[in-house]
Design a binder for this molecule. Structure first.
Ligand code: ATP
Ligand code: DNN
Ligand code: MG
Length: 227
């Protein structure tokens, strides 16, 4: 039964948060209680007299189920660094078991949870684990957000291969037109479509470049078993 997905991306800063919000917005048309989760945020902004993850705030705004930060953003680290470094600087160690427990508590209250990673698939969490290990531990199908810019073809192919080699389901990919000046954007998109189709991976969303990103403004085709 569909319970949600794990959103990874070709890199940091390529639109995973926007892609996750697009999925949440589309899923909310079919499910009553949809919620985003940012298990590990590194880099915080001032918010309501304290500090918060900009990603967690965006996911929260796109969620129909509202929960406390301990559930939708259990680890928030001040420094905008790789999670293993941000955690070390904060005197913490990122434990997968803690994140799995928080995810399960959240999932028990929700119809659908969209979990956003941080950075790309092989971002380190501690000396032993990477983001891929968290996705595997959560047991969710994976969605790959491809930020359309020069270099993304290689990053997309590498990421897709790594996800599938791990034995996880790559349920779909998202094309995010993050660079309005990208040369040959349609030709790059065509290559990605052919490559991903060859891997059996459908395009779930096509997100236009937007000066003010709005998660309702995207062309979305959810898998039939997600609706
Ligand atoms: N389609 C788009 N149009 C305009 N701006 C975009 C688009 N996609 C992403 N951006 C902008 O690019 C920046 C990076 O995007 P985003 O924060 O979603 O990246 P991310 O992959 O979630 O990064 P992280 O690894 O930090 O979670 C943001 O300022 C976002 O608003
Ligand atoms: C700080 C940033 N926005 C993300 N939260 C973390 C990105 C980690 C990238 C690590 C790497 O691949 O080198
Ligand atoms: Mg993000």
């Amino acid at each position: 039964m569909f319970k949600g997905c794990f959103v990874t991306g070709t890199d940091t800063g390529i639109g995973k948060t926007l892609g996750s919000c697009v999925l949440l917005t589309a899923l909310a048309r079919h499910h009553a209680k949809v919620v985003g989760m940012k298990p590990i945020a590194s880099g915080l902004i001032p918010h309501e007299g304290g500090w918060a993850s900009e990603d967690a705030l965006a996911l929260r705004a796109a969620s129909t189920l509202k929960v406390p930060p301990e559930l939708d953003n259990p680890i928030s680290l001040p420094d905008p660094l790789s999670p293993h470094l941000a955690a070390a600087r904060a005197g913490r160690r990122i434990e997968l078991s803690f994140l799995v427990e928080r995810y399960q508590t959240l999932a028990a209250q929700a119809d659908v949870v969209v979990v956003e990673g941080a950075g790309g698939w092989y971002v380190p969490l501690n000396e032993q684990h990477m983001m891929s290990d968290l996705a595997a531990a959560l047991g969710l199908p994976v969605v790959l957000v491809v930020g359309l810019r020069l270099g993304c073809l290689n990053h997309a192919a590498l990421s897709a291969e790594a996800i599938q080699a791990r034995g996880l389901t790559l349920a779909g990919w998202v094309a995010n037109r993050m660079d309005p000046d990208m040369a040959c954007q349609e030709e790059n998109l065509a290559w990605l479509k052919t490559h991903m189709t060859g891997r059996g991976v459908p395009l779930l969303a096509d997100i236009p470049w937007q000066a003010q990103p709005d998660p309702a403004r995207a062309t979305v085709t959810l898998p039939t078993d997600w609706t």
